[in-house]
Design a protein around this ligand. Structure first.
Ligand code: 6PG
Length: 486
């Protein structure tokens, strides 16, 4: 019930679905929650729909909203990332006092968060950029939360966020202070990049089973449901099985067949790849997944190419000479291996960002947060947590003894599936490029020596030698002698 006399422990600005679900989640844990939306109609609607379900204090202006918060005041902004977020932050900061906490719970670009945190620190406001994952349902019942910002803010905010977060099987709440300024939004960005890759590899497995092995969506649903009981146990596999069972009421066809095969994106996957490019981290699986969405949406080009580009000689499923059961199991293994690469690369990007921005992010703790509530929640995050707990400086997840053993069991099937996919002319960009990444990591020699020679040839960019220290240049257009430059 709303009450005029008490003050709220937390406030939520922005009452679209995510904001209102988060407000309801706080209220369901016994907190009094102030709520505000720029258009009052939404606040009124919220109170009509949910006012009786918890202790909410509605406000018509930002000033009224702030006056309803207990000190230090804590307000979570759940509005559109970008200009709208800046506007609300400044309004809140004007109405607040020293030490009050402003939390941005949207998918903001982490560099915006770094800027905002600096601006707010100058005004003695604590600014927390918090990645929140779990979609609408997660916001209501328990999301994974990744707050960055000043450590002091965590003292007043931690218990509140812990009360609404998802809880991992061992009882740990899926929230923890990630590090300073933009670190929370940074890890959420990479989470979404991994999400893109994870969704894509599941899509590739579906594609191979459907158009390679000729299985129907309902049959693939059963296979995915089965996979969900083992190493691949994850939210995304679970919902894909549900999706594949769904029949379109209008046509009676599997719903997946009547959905346009052009994937959208709001941008966090793309940001992950842009950042990876800037930091020089090869997040190839995420990159391929982002490009796969872009390619799927290039409808004119696809239409022009369909049935038009030469396929070469393709092998049908029967000609591949393996049983359907065998093929299904190999696809499972290829999916698992590619997924491992995507996570390993994502965690590499987190380490690189942490070093670049001085955040000191603990990857084991991060894996703990991702075990429940978020979109990429998966049983194998327990293993990732163990891997980083054992060795916080682990060079690559793929080198952890557990995953190393898993890979020995997966790699043959992975190679087979890449071959089968190619022979059948079925695109599997993340399966394929992840295997190339894996083999590149393993390779004793890479063709980069050729690239270095070429660079030196046309631009005197110099090279280093394997057998002695220093920087060298060959006089390519002269007598081809080598000079040591330093
Ligand atoms: C989550 C999701 C959520 C959302 C993204 C991705 O963690 O709850 O990642 O943030 O689904 O906006 O959306 P796009 O696929 O549109 O980029």
């Amino acid at each position: 019930m709303s009450s005029e006399s008490n003050l709220a422990q937390i406030g939520v600005v922005g009452l679209a679905v995510m904001g209102s679900n988060l407000a309801r989640n706080f209220a369901s844990r016994g907190h009094t929650v102030a709520v505000y939306n720029r258009s009052t109609e939404k606040t009124t609607r919220f109170m009509e729909d949910f006012g009786e379900t918890g202790n909410f204090l509605p406000a018509e202006t930002i000033e009224e909203f702030v006056s309803r918060l207990e000190r230090p005041r804590r307000a979570i902004i759940m509005v559109q990332a970008g200009a709208a977020t800046d506007a609300v932050i400044n309004q809140l900061a004007d109405a607040m006092d020293d030490g009050d906490v402003i939390i941005d719970g949207g998918n903001s670009l982490f560099t915006d968060t770094i800027r905002r945190e600096k601006e707010m620190a100058q005004r003695n406001r604590h600014f927390v950029g918090a990645g929140i994952s779990g979609g609408e349902e997660g916001a209501l019942r328990g999301p994974a939360i990744m707050p960055g910002g000043p450590k002091e803010s965590w003292e007043s905010l931690g218990p509140l966020l812990e009360s609404i977060a998802a809880v991992a099987p061992d009882g740990t709440p899926c929230v923890d202070h990630i590090g300073p300024d933009g670190s929370g939004h940074y890890v959420k960005m990479v989470h979404n990049g991994i999400e893109y890759a994870d969704m894509q590899v599941i899509g590739e497995a579906y594609q191979l089973l459907r158009f390679g092995a000729g299985l129907e969506p309902a049959e693939i649903a059963e296979i995915f449901a089965e996979w969900n009981k083992g190493d691949l146990d994850s939210y995304l596999i679970e919902i894909t099985a549900e999706v594949l069972r769904q029949v379109d009421a209008e046509t009676g066809k599997p719903l997946v067949d009547v959905i346009l095969d052009a994937a959208g994106q709001k941008g966090t996957g793309r940001w992950t790849v842009k950042q990876a490019l800037d930091l020089g981290v090869p997040t190839t699986a995420i990159g391929e997944a982002v490009f796969a969405r872009a390619l799927s949406s290039s409808l004119d080009q696809r239409k022009a190419a369909q049935g038009n580009l030469p396929s070469g000689t393709l092998a049908g499923f029967e000609e591949l000479g393996i049983s359907r059961e065998d093929f299904i199991e190999r696809v499972r293994k290829a999916l698992y291996a590619s997924k491992l690469v995507a996570y390993a690369q994502g965690f590499d990007e987190i380490r690189a960002g942490s070093e670049e921005y001085g955040w000191d992010i603990d990857r084991g703790r991060l894996a703990t947060i991702w075990r429940e509530g978020c979109i990429i929640r998966a049983a194998f995050l327990d293993r990732i947590k163990e891997a980083y707990d054992k060795d916080p400086a682990l060079t690559s997840l793929l080198l952890d003894p557990y995953f190393h053993t898993e890979l020995s069991d997966l790699v043959d099937a992975w190679r087979d599936v890449v071959i089968y996919a190619t022979r059948q002319g079925l695109p599997a960009p993340v399966f394929t490029s992840s295997l190339a990444y894996y083999d590149s990591l393993r390779a004793e020699r890479l063709p980069a020596a050729i690239i270095q020679s070429q660079r030196d040839f046309f631009g005197a960019h110099t090279y280093q030698r394997v057998d002695k220290e220093g920087t060298f240049h060959t006089e390519w257009s002269g007598d081809r002698s080598e000079t040591k430059l330093n």
